[in-house]
Design a protein around this ligand. Structure first.
Ligand code: ATP
Ligand code: LTN
Length: 341
């Protein structure tokens, strides 16, 4: 039996952080052994907000290096740059004729990002989910490993695939998301109510994969914690009901830090609680900084050893591998909508 296909991507913008790794890339590395895997550097998505051409050129290579240094193996997986396969933009156009404006207006990422810049929101940002649908549907993708924030975009991808299939006959595979419970939403170190984000205003929000040891220790020291002193993993939101007035207050900041510790060390949250029983936040934070630094050190060694030239070669080979798949699917789509090939 042939393997199932996975597809995912990250924008070459901002600094990639532990949330991107734990929510997405870590799963890709595992899944590539069992799935036919395609990982994309989504440069067309990145320009949906203004970018500096010189910076984005560097970022594209940087993101590809991050994929490789995290353990994506080009022998197992195709890695490529979205704009190297023009079929993505072409399928996006065709899907644009099926999507409803009201559906795109409901997208939370669009609402969040446009709230910051009401007057100047571009059409590209509005259309972002349709381009993402094109990315996924071009390759008959079955599984899309992402963080929780992307679920709504996968849902609209499914809607568009179904709509096309119904109108023009079976064409697209309906994809499923893949997320893990602990990694799906790593929160900001400066605010455990918001997700860790590349476009966060403060650098104290995130730990970048390229941060120095000194920066990691400084950021973890400054991370907000909850009231109390005990290192306790509160798995569920606190119940606030009258029958139990003295419910344990949840500790969202600590839960997030323990999740990071747990995912990077492969220790269960309960083991971490036991390790720090009777100890305070300061000691826990020192331990966490050690775990993060121990993870980043070998990662950064691999990252720094990669040359731009070898990465470009890998990206070109990746595009060559996926292009025939994209071409074939788009031809099928064009025939179905009535174009002359
Ligand atoms: P921005 O905040 O600027 O939109 P981002 O930090 O959310 O950027 P993306 O490029 O949008 O990064 O996301 C790349 C991948 O990482 C996606 O699969 C996304 O779901 C995942 N991801 C991003 N942030 C987190 C997070 N805090 N926790 C878990 N997964 C995340
Ligand atoms: N929107 C995604 C990036 C992305 C993507 C995709 C993820 C673009 N195309 C296709 C999975 C599949 C984000 O993380 N912001």
């Amino acid at each position: 039996m042939s393997k199932q296909r996975i597809f995912s991507g990250i924008q070459p913008s901002g600094n990639l952080h532990l949330g991107n790794y734990l929510g997405a890339i870590k799963n890709w590395v595992k899944l590539q052994n069992d799935f036919d895997s395609i990982f994309c550097v989504v440069d067309l998505h990145a320009i949906t907000v203004p970018q500096d051409p010189e910076k984005i050129r560097k970022k594209i290579i940087e993101v590809a290096k991050i994929y490789l240094a995290c353990g994506i193996d080009p022998k197992k997986s195709a890695i490529f740059i979205q704009s190297h396969v023009p079929e993505h933009a072409e399928l996006c156009w065709i899907l644009n004729t099926l999507v409803k404006i009201s559906e795109l207006e409901r997208m939370t990422q669009f609402k969040d990002k446009s709230a910051k810049n009401k007057e100047g929101v571009g059409m590209g940002l509005f259309d972002y989910p349709v381009l993402m649908a094109a990315d996924i549907l071009l390759y008959d993708t079955q599984v899309v490993p992402v963080g929780e924030d992307q679920l709504q975009h996968i849902e609209i991808t499914r809607t568009l695939a179904n709509r096309f299939n119904k109108k023009f006959g079976e064409t697209f595979v309906i994809p499923e998301p893949f997320i893990t419970r602990e990694g799906m939403r790593i929160m900001g170190l400066d605010d455990p109510a918001k997700k860790m984000s590349k476009s966060a205003e403060s650098e104290y929000n995130y730990i970048a994969l390229t941060d120095s040891e000194e920066a990691v220790r400084r950021k973890i020291k400054k991370a907000v914690t909850d009231s109390g002193t005990e290192i306790k993993y509160t798995d569920d939101p606190p119940r606030v009901d009258e029958a139990s007035p003295r419910v344990e207050a949840g500790k969202p900041a600590l839960k997030n830090l323990i999740n990071i510790y747990s995912l990077l060390s492969d220790k269960k949250p309960q083991e971490i609680e036991e390790l720090y029983a009777g100890k305070g936040y300061a000691e826990f934070k020192e331990g966490l900084a050690e775990v993060v630094v121990d993870f980043l050190r070998p990662f950064q060694e691999k990252y720094n050893a990669l040359t731009d030239e070898e990465v470009l070669k890998i990206l070109q080979a990746g595009a060559e591998k996926v292009r025939p798949l994209a071409r074939k699917k788009l031809e099928e789509v064009k025939k179905k909508v009535g174009f002359i090939l």
